[in-house]
Design a protein around this ligand. Structure first.
Ligand code: SR1
Ligand code: MG
Length: 399
C-alpha cells in the first residue's frame, strides 16, 4: 500500500521538524507553499520570527502547471534527490544540499537558500552576477566529467544509467523540445502575431532535419548524468555564490544538452532585455549576457579538458587528442540544443519571464521573433559555428 499523501502546510512543518536538521526543531512553526515551478509543491518552513529555516519539496502525482489530467510519476522525486546527492558529492560548492529524502512520500528536505535568489528573476531585473556563469561552468564540468566514461568505471556506469532511467520526464523533454514546437499541437502557446513565423518553422525542412538529429542524440547518447533541466530558474545565486537545484529531469544523456539548456536560457534573456529594461540598461545587460555565454563555455571547456587530461581512467579514451575531439562534438550539440531551448520557450508549453513578462505587446512580439530566428540559426548552422567567437558573432547578427 502506498504511503503517499499530498502534504498540507502542517504536514510540511512536522516533516521539517523531524528531518530538517535544524538546531531547535520545535522552533519550526509555520509553512508557506511557494512553488512557482511547473511540477511540484515547495514549502518554506519558518520560525516564530518568520525566518525561513528549511525547505520541504514534494512531487505531486501530476504536472502542476497543467493539472490532474496529466499524471506524472512520483519516482521523479527519487531521481531528483539521488541526482543531487551524486552531483553534491562531485561539486558540493554548487549543488543544493539534500538533508533527507523519502521516495514513497516523494518528498525531500533541502538546505534553505533564502539568502539566495533565483538567477532568472535577477536576470529579468537586470541584475548582474559576474561570477555566476563561471560557477555554473564549474558545476557542469565536475558533474559531467566524473559521471562520464572518461572517469566512471564502465560496468558501474551501466548500473547508474539504469538507476537514473527517467522515461516519463525524458518524454516531457522529447515532446516539448523536439516535437511540439514544430507541429500544430494543443500544448503550444504563443501570441497570434507569431503565427506566420511559427508556420515557417513548421515548413522548414532543413530545421526539421537538424531537430531530428538533436532529438535522436537526446534519445540515445548516454554520455553522463545530466541535471536535465539546468535553465536559469534551476539556479540560485547570491554575491559570489551559486547552487543548482531542481534535478528531477536527471538522466544519462548527451553532455551538450545541459550546456545547451544553460546557454539557451542566457540567450532568452539576451533576446528579452530590450523589452524589460531602458535602452541603455538593456544594451549593457546584453553585453553582460554575451560575457556570461562566453565564460560559461570557455570555463566549462577548460575545466572539462583539464579533468580529462589529469583524471581519465579509461586507457583508450586517454589517447592524446581524443578529449579535444569529444569536446568539439559537445560544442556542436550545445549550440543546437541552445537553439531548441530558444524555440520551445517561445512557442511551446513552458514559457519564461525573460520574454513573457514584457508588457508592451509589439515589443514582446519583436523579442519573441528574435528568439525564434536566433534559435533557428543556431540549430541549422551548428556545424558551421565552430567556436565561441563565431557563436557571439551570430548572436549579434541576429539583432
Ligand atoms: C510539463 S513541465 C514543463 C517544463 O518545466 C520544467 O522545468 C521543464 O523545463 C519542462 O520542460
Ligand atoms: Mg524545475
Amino acid at each position: 500500500m502506498s504511503l503517499y499523501r499530498t502534504f498540507t502546510a502542517a504536514d510540511a512543518v512536522a516533516y521539517a521538524r523531524q528531518y530538517g536538521q535544524v538546531a531547535d526543531p520545535q522552533s519550526l512553526v509555520s509553512a508557506e507553499e511557494i512553488g512557482d515551478g511547473n511540477l511540484n509543491l515547495v514549502f518554506k518552513i519558518r520560525d516564530p520570527q518568520g525566518v525561513s529555516r528549511a525547505i520541504v519539496k514534494q512531487a505531486l502525482p501530476y504536472v502542476r502547471c497543467v493539472g490532474e489530467s496529466w499524471p506524472l510519476t512520483l519516482d521523479r522525486a527519487r531521481i531528483e534527490a539521488q541526482t543531487l546527492l551524486v552531483h553534491g558529492a562531485l561539486c558540493p560548492r554548487h549543488t543544493v544540499q539534500v538533508l533527507h529524502h523519502d521516495p514513497e512520500l516523494a518528498v525531500m528536505v533541502q538546505e534553505d537558500l533564502s539568502d539566495h535568489h533565483i538567477w532568472r528573476s535577477e536576470l529579468v531585473k537586470g541584475r548582474y552576477y559576474p561570477l555566476a556563469a563561471g560557477q555554473l561552468a564549474e558545476y557542469l564540468a565536475q558533474t559531467l566529467f566524473h559521471t562520464s566514461d572518461f572517469y566512471q568505471n564502465a560496468q558501474e556506469k551501466k548500473a547508474e544509467v539504469s538507476r537514473f532511467a527517467n522515461p516519463e520526464l525524458c518524454q516531457i523533454t522529447e515532446d516539448l523540445f523536439f516535437t511540439d514546437p514544430y507541429i500544430d499541437h494543443e500544448r503550444n502557446q504563443f501570441d497570434e502575431a507569431l503565427l506566420p513565423q511559427v508556420q515557417e518553422l513548421r515548413n522548414d525542412a532543413a530545421l526539421r532535419l537538424a531537430v531530428a538529429g538533436l532529438k535522436h542524440r537526446f534519445l540515445s547518447k548516454a554520455e553522463a548524468l545530466l541535471h536535465g533541466d539546468i535553465h536559469s530558474g534551476s539556479v540560485f545565486v547570491a554575491e559570489g555564490r551559486l547552487k543548482a537545484i531542481d534535478a528531477e529531469f536527471g538522466f544519462y544523456g548527451p553532455i551538450g544538452f545541459d550546456l545547451g539548456t544553460a546557454l539557451g536560457n542566457l540567450l532568452l534573456n539576451y533576446c528579452g532585455l530590450p523589452g524589460l529594461l531602458s535602452p541603455r540598461d538593456a544594451a549593457a545587460g546584453r553585453e553582460q549576457r554575451l560575457q556570461d555565454v562566453r565564460e560559461l563555455w570557455l570555463i566549462f571547456a577548460d575545466r572539462f579538458l583539464t579533468l580529462c587530461h589529469q583524471h581519465t581512467r579509461d586507457a583508450a579514451l586517454a589517447v592524446p587528442g581524443y578529449a579535444e575531439q569529444f569536446l568539439d562534438q559537445v560544442w556542436q550539440d550545445a549550440v543546437g540544443y541552445a537553439g531548441t531551448e530558444l524555440i520551445r520557450r517561445t512557442i511551446g508549453l513552458a514559457h519564461v519571464a525573460d520574454l513573457d513578462s514584457i508588457s508592451e505587446p509589439e515589443m514582446r512580439a519583436e523579442c519573441h521573433r528574435n528568439a525564434l530566428s536566433l534559435g533557428r540559426t543556431l540549430i541549422v548552422n551548428a556545424a558551421q559555428i565552430e567556436h565561441i567567437d563565431a557563436l557571439l558573432a551570430r548572436i549579434r547578427q541576429n539583432g
